[in-house]
Design a protein around this ligand. Structure first.
Ligand SMILES: [Zn+2]
Ligand SMILES: [Zn+2]
Length: 322
């Protein structure tokens, strides 16, 4: 009789574990209809180009990033920025790890630190310096969102304004005042934020847009969910090559190619509004169906940044001209 009670207690204890493990199993979102709207025109100026600035990695496993990913498959998440050269003013999209990541990281909650291992390669500011790039050519830093791993390098660019939406600016202002929300424990100081809005109409399935230089080469759309003011940045190069810098809409490309969301625990942990993330994820899946040549660059997927040239140390030329 006693053994029956023990077996029943063990089974009861196992139920939550089984349910929890199930949240890591494959569960593709329904396939949305392909995007059917017109492709917007763009006239990117000669000389416009994009360069990858990988600054380091965090060491994770595939299961952390998407449902159906293996707990045993190691994945290094890229921590990266991208330099967009444009005659009207260059932009840095996110910063990846900056020069002060070690001190900044110590301000994060202990549980987060216990779960997060990173390697710093070279901060974006040092990569630009090594390439003899003058920071004065930077018009702004355009953030996909304001989480720690995207803003760490902001203090390395003291005179460069940081472009954010009003929603993200409010999110930044709330940082450090309550529950861990992906920001550093201490706000970054001395940063000049400039807000922008979405004055433009629908763009590639997203309801509103912001055409940075009015030529269609850099177009920002709202993608709230991961954070309230997350955005996606579409780049169209003179060659016709198109990129979508999707930030943390997904952490690895399988989020889009396999239509797999983050597992429940990382949705809970990392997304301000998981429903919003899902809505925008479905938009990107629908767009990728229509535009298979679109290069999707999740901020933490090396495979996306591998589709971009790197800055040459000898100057701002690339070994793979666009
Ligand atoms: Zn994030
Ligand atoms: Zn991130």
């Amino acid at each position: 009789m006693k053994s029956i009670y023990i077996a029943a207690a063990a089974a009861t204890a196992l139920v939550p574990l089984v349910l929890f493990l199930h949240t890591f199993s494959s569960s593709p979102l329904p396939q949305p209809k392909p995007f059917v709207g017109p492709l917007p025109s763009a006239t990117p100026p000669p000389g416009m180009a994009v360069f990858a600035l990988p600054t380091g990695v965090t060491h994770r496993v595939a299961a952390f990033a998407y449902r159906g990913g293996s707990l045993l498959e190691r994945r290094d998440f890229s921590m990266a920025g991208a330099l967009v050269k444009h005659p009207k003013g260059d932009l840095l999209i996110d910063t990846g790890f900056g020069r002060h990541i070690a001190e900044q990281f110590q301000t994060m909650p202990i549980l987060f630190r216990a779960m997060t291992f990173y390697t710093l390669w070279q901060p974006a500011a040092d990569q630009l310096k090594a390439a003899a790039y003058d920071q004065k050519a930077l018009r702004a830093i355009l953030l996909t969102h304001a989480h720690w791993d995207h803003v760490s390098g902001l203090p390395d660019f003291p005179s460069v304004p940081v472009w954010v939406t009003a929603q993200e600016r409010a999110f930044i202002s709330r940082g450090g005042s309550g529950q861990f929300d992906g920001q550093f424990g201490k706000p970054l100081t001395g940063i000049v934020y400039e807000e922008y809005g979405f004055e433009g109409g629908p763009y590639l399935g997203f309801p509103r847009s912001h055409d940075v230089y009015g030529d269609g080469s850099i177009v920002v759309v709202p993608s709230p969910g991961h954070t309230p003011g997350s955005v996606i940045i579409f780049l169209t190069l003179p060659s016709g090559k198109r990129y979508a810098m999707v930030g943390d809409l997904v952490w690895q490309l399988e989020g889009i190619t396999l239509r797999e969301e983050r597992p429940w625990i990382t949705r809970r942990w990392a997304d301000s509004d998981a429903g919003g993330t899902r809505e925008n994820l479905l938009r990107m899946i629908a767009l990728k169906e229509r535009l298979p040549e679109l290069i999707i660059v999740p901020a933490h997927d090396m495979r996306g940044f591998a589709e971009m040239p790197r800055l040459s140390r000898a100057g701002t030329q690339t070994s793979r001209p666009e």
